[in-house]
Design a protein around this ligand. Structure first.
Ligand code: PLP
Length: 331
């Protein structure tokens, strides 16, 4: 294990007052349906709309003064990009977010509005990453990756502390899973505080990179497919250093949910719990609704973000299950 529980406690002190301690509450409809108390940890209410602010803030505050003067850089256009821009601004540090020409204008503007400099280069994520590498080697910026990084994992782990403080008798926790920074950090916190707790990662059938890697016994690449859980897309990195081993050693089970399951969970979160969720955040509810996870005692479901295109959200709550792969291929 490369990361120690003490780093999560240190992260909590560092980020205190800079991120919200988000509410956790009883999910009335879900509890009634399942016959056991289920709480939702409403991390989608976090500043910037996702938990990624925790890890990014911890990583920025852990820089030494010279690194802080030079600034931070990343290639993410999604929740990590937003979080890093916001974390750097609140610490008074420069942030550069690199993206390709194909990134939609609204995403570019959202990150620019958070105070980051935008570098638009090339036509792919790989081209954007080359610009990150250039800024690291030529201008001395520090790259902050989205999940496979000790301070990022420790920052996300602060969620595990809060969940157990607010529901000490929890027996099962469900956490969305992609690269595994969130799950690794939360699992380290939970496992340390309660060795008997059941920890479940949930991801989508379309492109489940961590699950395929666990099955193979080593990090493997999977084909990336359009999904309603777009924040769960991408691989775990073939050179994975932290999250693969932590998820393998600390997590009980990784379950997969379908596009239809995700759409139904977004709908029920909206109509039954009054919450707007992006697809990635709805996978825990989906795993419970479908019976892919059954509960024998009190549970907490982590809701990880709310940054969904509102037109897409409107279509889903109107009853549609949009097939994003078909829409991409046929316009
Ligand atoms: C990034 C993200 C995840 C997955 O986090 P990992 O650390 O990559 O596993 C889940 N939900 C949302 C909303 C995210 O932005």
């Amino acid at each position: 294990m490369t990361i120690d529980f003490a780093e999560i406690l240190l992260a909590r002190q560092r980020i205190a007052g800079r991120v919200l301690r988000t509410p956790q509450r009883n999910a009335v409809a879900l509890s009634a349906r399942l016959g056991v108390p289920v709480q939702i940890k409403c991390e989608h209410h976090q500043t910037t709309g996702s938990f990624k602010l925790r890890g990014a803030t911890n990583a920025v505050l852990a820089l030494d003064p010279a690194q802080r003067d030079a600034g931070v850089v990343a290639a993410s256009t999604g929740n990590h990009g937003r979080a890093l821009a916001s974390a750097a601004r609140s610490a008074g540090t420069r942030a550069v977010i690199c993206m390709s020409r194909l990134v939609p204008a609204n995403k570019v503007r959202a990150i620019e509005a958070l105070g980051a400099e935008i570098h638009i280069v090339g036509n792919s994520q790989d081209d954007a990453q080359l610009e990150v590498d250039r800024l690291v080697s030529e201008a001395g910026l520090t790259q902050v990756p989205p999940f496979d990084h000790a301070e990022v994992i420790a920052g996300q782990g602060t969620l595990g502390l809060e969940m157990l403080e607010d529901a000490p008798r929890t027996t099962t926790v469900l956490v969305p899973l992609s690269g595994g920074g969130l799950l690794a950090g939360v699992a380290l916190a939970l496992r340390t505080l309660n060795p008997a707790i059941r920890i479940i990662g949930v991801t989508m059938e379309r492109g489940a990179a961590m699950r395929a890697s666990l099955d193979a016994g080593r990090p493997v690449a999977v084909e990336e497919l359009p999904t309603l859980a777009d924040s769960l897309g991408g691989g775990i990195g073939l050179e994975n250093r932290h999250t693969f081993g932590m998820v393998r050693d600390l997590v009980d089970e990784v379950v997969l949910v379908s596009e239809a399951d995700i759409a139904a969970a977004i709908r029920s979160a909206y109509f039954e719990e009054g919450e707007v969720l992006e697809g990635a955040a709805a996978v825990g509810i989906a795993a419970l609704h479908t019976g892919k996870v059954t509960l024998t005692g009190p549970a907490v479901v982590l809701l990880s973000g709310k940054n969904i295109d509102m037109d897409l959200h409107r279509r889903i709550v109107s009853g549609e299950t949009p097939d994003l792969a078909a829409e991409r291929d046929h316009g």
